[in-house]
Design a protein. Sequence first.
Length: 304
Amino acid sequence: AARRDFYWLRSFIAGGVAGCCAKTTTAPLDRVKILLQAHNHHYKHLGVFSTLCAVPKKEGYLGLYKGNGAMMIRIFPYGAIQFMAFDQYKKVIKKQLGISGHVHRLMAGSMAGITAVICTYPLDMVRVRLAFQVKGEHKYMGIIHAFKMIYTKEGGFSGFYRGLMPTVVGMAPYAGFSFFTFGTLKSIGLAQAPNLLGRPSLDNPDVLVLKTHVNLLCGGIAGAIAQTISYPLDVTRRRMQLGAVLPDSEKCLTMVQTLKYVYQEHGVRRGLYRGLSLNYIRCIPSQAVAFTTYELMKQFLHLN
């Protein structure tokens, strides 16, 4: 019983550690992505690689990790809630609705993603504001200062939830397809070629798990497919979150307005999908590390 009591806590820790490992791996790419998506005036004429080189020159190497502290504070509960909620929702959907197979993965993944986003959204807001600042022009002095400023200047609590709509709308297909693709690839792989792709789990020899490199590959493919589907909503969210910081904020008040504005001003490639190539480079290793760390932590904490 004791083992079962702490099951949710161990699941929480596994998800949190998985999230933190994944995000720290790709933090520099994350910062660059935010600078590019919202056309920061210092870097707006640059591409992905030139920005990656320009940030350390202008702001030192730690500049690449700007906003990462707020990111870690957000990503631990985010990863933890998402992975834990996914397991719980899957059980509920199977039990209550009698839906199984791939559909329940898609539904549970979407619901888990949305739950995690809503719980940790204010931290995401603060992190984006910090990451968008450039050395020498600081409006916010740190995490707590940013919280205070947004609260007092931007209408109390609702100020922290600007851009939640495109996030939730984008999260459903993103998390849904991410878990769905990973789960489907995993079950097909283990069913078709158990000896080639799988090995017995360390904590439970009866359970087959994917070999690490196969895990990485499946996580990466899952990330890439999910990304492409929901990317324009990611751009919309960033714009709305930056709100007051951007010169054109009054044109980006609602999700539809923002999508229209970005499309009219910058088009599809330079607007709605700006920074996508970077997102592949960022997201594939990030998703791969997240799923792989989670699977390893599951064995380490006896969750299989």
